[in-house]
Design a protein around this ligand. Structure first.
Ligand code: ZN
Length: 305
């Protein structure tokens, strides 16, 4: 598994402290990047992450195309991954959800009860409960999946999508707290998530344009790691219509500064962003002094409090 990237020495030293003489304790929170890309096929998986608590995979955040493949490559144990957080329902974030259910069920020892969170519906986008129903409901495209390998049930909660909706706690059990808040991603309903466990705090922006930054800044306040989807260059470097969907680096840096996050991981990278890492880093640096790293598929990051 890849755990280091060139050129992120500061980030690595912060997130991967080493101790030559002592066996490393299992970190309370880690994140594994299953897919660090977006909708364009250029070698990165679509957006997807697995969050580990005390070394055990527990939470799937988005399920972009490629998640299934990376789970197998990393030989990840899915036995305890029963919570799914969907930031939005674009294909590059949800195309492998049914494949994840399939993979999880085929290694299960007993019934599985999923709890799935995602945005309410609007326009062409179904609410998340309807989306799951369309996949694996009784009349869904993959209705067979509910009993394929394991008996599965799906508890789905649709989250408020209006930007003035309050930040909401959706999980609070055994020290794990998950909160969410609405963001904005063009016409596609979207939410961001904050995961807190044993004092470590990890936030996922999902895809969002800059109009939702006040909500994101509030949710990410003092987080240890903010995973921000970085799909465009600063204007005018990317097609203008993309700025109605995504936040440019300069504003990502300002948001990281304003929220006081300790470190930043950029994911959902586009081909033009991938080739401009120095410019992106410089733009973020103008506002944000903390460690900044770029994601790759199969990168594993400790979230240090
Ligand atoms: Zn996307």
């Amino acid at each position: 598994m890849k755990t280091l990237l060139l050129g992120i020495t500061l980030f690595v030293s912060t997130l991967f402290p080493t101790c030559a003489r002592c066996a490393p304790a299992k970190p309370a929170v880690e994140v594994v990047v299953l897919g660090s890309g977006g909708p364009r096929p250029f070698g990165r998986g679509g957006s997807s992450f697995i969050v580990l608590l005390d070394g055990t995979p527990r939470i799937l955040v988005d399920a972009g195309p490629g998640a299934f493949l990376r789970i197998g490559e990393l030989d990840l144990d899915l036995d305890n991954v029963d919570t799914v957080l969907l930031t939005h329902l674009h294909i590059d974030h949800s195309g492998d959800l049914a494949a994840f259910f399939n993979a999880r069920a085929l290694s299960a020892d007993g019934p599985i009860v999923y709890r799935i969170f995602g945005p309410d519906g609007s326009g062409q986008f179904p609410k998340t409960s309807r989306f799951v129903d369309l996949l694996v409901g009784n009349a869904g495209a993959f209705a067979y999946q509910k009993t394929f390998g394991a008996d599965e049930s799906f508890k789905v909660r649709d989250l408020a999508i209006s930007l003035d909706s309050p930040r909401t706690e959706i999980v609070d059990e055994n020290g794990l707290v998950v909160e969410e808040i609405a963001t904005h991603h063009g016409d596609c309903p979207a939410v961001a998530y904050r995961i807190s466990y044993k004092g470590a705090v990890l936030v996922f922006s999902g895809d969002m344009d800059a109009s939702a930054l006040p909500n994101l800044v509030q949710l990410a306040k003092n987080a240890d790691l903010l995973v921000f989807n970085c799909a465009v260059l600063d204007p005018p470097g990317s097609p203008s219509q993309l700025y109605d969907l995504h936040t440019p680096p300069k504003k990502i840096g300002e948001a990281a500064r304003d929220s006081g996050v300790k470190s930043l991981l950029l994911s959902h990278l586009a081909p033009d962003v991938e080739g401009q890492e120095d410019a992106v880093r410089k733009s973020i640096r103008a506002s944000y002094p903390g460690p900044v790293a770029f994601a790759n598929d199969k990168l594993r990051v400790r979230v240090e409090k």
